[in-house]
Design a protein around this ligand. Structure first.
Ligand code: SF4
Length: 424
């Protein structure tokens, strides 16, 4: 969205890593490594573009402004409260010059009011991200996000629908709803389910996908709606974090394993083709061998199609910082590897289950070794011969096999070489 605003002000957006006059860095602070990556991106850009004006915003700009002020080469630091106004703080393109020290636009507190966003977040994919919510009140003990993003608040429904219509009019076939804790969406009497109904009523919106959603915010009514809907993807990413009740409690997560499993069982009973992803954290303080074994067993047992594995990172100001029984980095690395291997095996099993099925695939830009790939509603990546299909097209494909982490197959409907999404 910032890129769109800047482009409308006359900037030309260049590919990251190419010479530039301006770097706008939207930072992450979820782990120490993410912060390190941000500092590295500043150094790397200044190496090929020493004159570039560097503006840093995002979560790290909110939680680590003092630290960022000491990083050489940064000209502007914009905290969460003022993030979407960043273009207003830039000098005109003709006056972009490095500053003797960074200007700081930052406030400790962040508004709790529901919000609107300026413009439209175009992407170079056939899928568009549609932000509906920000902030979180859950206070998991390892998590810095409530401090970086503030209390939970929702984007006004009118503004969500306005952007959705614009994206659909620009040819985006799939909208991915994003936010920090989207299950808590609430504006003007609409919850997530009601918002979904409004979005599905937009004729040009073909598919809607819910991104990561907290397990305790998924009611039966949402699952039933997902099962019956022709537009809402049969896909859930439900962060589990640990398969051990003691660790979940120490993490201040709001469910135990039994509750999580019941939710998954219910979802699968309604949608046997469900694509189910999760996040798992390794190395949380106190995660002994038994606790980790419980996580492995739970991850094996549940019908996940993939998981993202994160290493615990101690974050300033979080409750977990005070916990003892730290886990050795070498043990954390080994546990990460174990879970990553398990995730690959689960993905393979999930993909094998797709063989013989006819699935609807939304194809994307680009090609790989003569194949064009796209995704199904349950997030299986499917490849077909590139000449048979255009980017942005949606087709029924019969899956005949798997290779290199992809399913492949042939079109059921005739080849289609039309051009879909207008190039921006
Ligand atoms: S629900 Fe997610 S964003 Fe909120 S505190 Fe927990 S981990 Fe962080």
């Amino acid at each position: 969205m910032l890129a769109d605003t800047l482009a409308r002000q006359g900037y030309q957006v260049v590919e990251f890593g190419k010479e530039t006059d301006l770097l706008v860095l939207n930072t992450c602070s979820v782990t120490e490594n993410a912060e390190k990556d941000c500092r590295y991106a500043v150094r790397k850009t200044l190496r090929h573009s020493p004159h570039a004006f560097v503006a840093v915003t995002g979560c790290y700009a909110q939680t680590g402004a003092t630290q960022l002020q000491k990083v050489p080469g940064i000209d502007l630091i914009v905290g969460t409260q003022f993030k979407m106004n960043l273009p207003d703080y830039l000098p005109s393109p003709a006056n972009l010059r490095k500053q003797p020290e960074p200007e700081l636009r930052h406030s400790r507190t962040i508004d709790r009011e529901d919000f609107v966003l300026p413009g439209t977040a175009y992407s170079d994919s056939t899928r568009a991200l549609l932000k509906i919510q920000d902030g979180c009140d859950f206070m998991c003990s390892f998590c810095l996000i409530p401090f970086a993003r503030g209390r939970e608040r929702s984007r006004t429904a009118d503004d969500v629908l306005r952007e959705a219509r614009e994206l659909a009019a620009h040819g985006y076939r799939e909208l991915v709803l994003t936010g920090v804790n989207i299950g808590r969406y609430s504006h003007g009497g609409l919850g997530l389910l009601e918002l979904l109904r409004e979005l599905e009523a937009i004729p040009d919106v073909t598919r809607i996908r819910i991104s990561s959603i907290e397990p305790t915010t998924v009611p039966t009514s949402l699952l039933e709606h997902m099962a019956a809907s022709t537009k809402l993807c049969h896909y859930l990413h439900l962060p589990l974090q640990s398969g051990d009740d003691g660790i979940l409690k120490a993490m201040n997560r709001r469910y135990d394993i039994q509750e999580y499993e019941e939710l998954v069982e219910q979802a699968r009973a309604l949608m046997p083709d469900l694509g189910l992803g999760t996040d798992l954290m390794v190395g949380f303080p106190g995660e002994d061998e038994q606790a980790f074994a419980n996580t492995v067993r739970t991850a094996e047992r549940l019908p996940f199609s993939y998981f993202h594995v994160f290493s615990y990172s101690s974050r300033p100001g979080t409750a977990a910082l005070r916990l003892e029984d730290r886990i050795q980095p070498a043990v954390i690395r080994q546990r990460s590897r174990t879970l990553a291997e398990l995730s690959r095996a689960k993905t393979l099993t999930f993909y094998q289950q797709q063989i013989g099925r006819t699935v609807s695939v939304l194809f994307e830009q680009g090609e790989r070794d003569g194949f064009r790939t796209g995704t199904t509603a349950n997030f299986t990546r499917v490849a077909v011969a590139v000449e048979s299909v255009s980017a942005g097209a949606m087709h029924d494909v019969t899956v005949t096999g798997i290779m290199d982490g992809l399913a492949y197959g042939h079109l059921v409907t005739p080849p289609d070489t039309r051009s879909y999404r207008p190039l921006l």
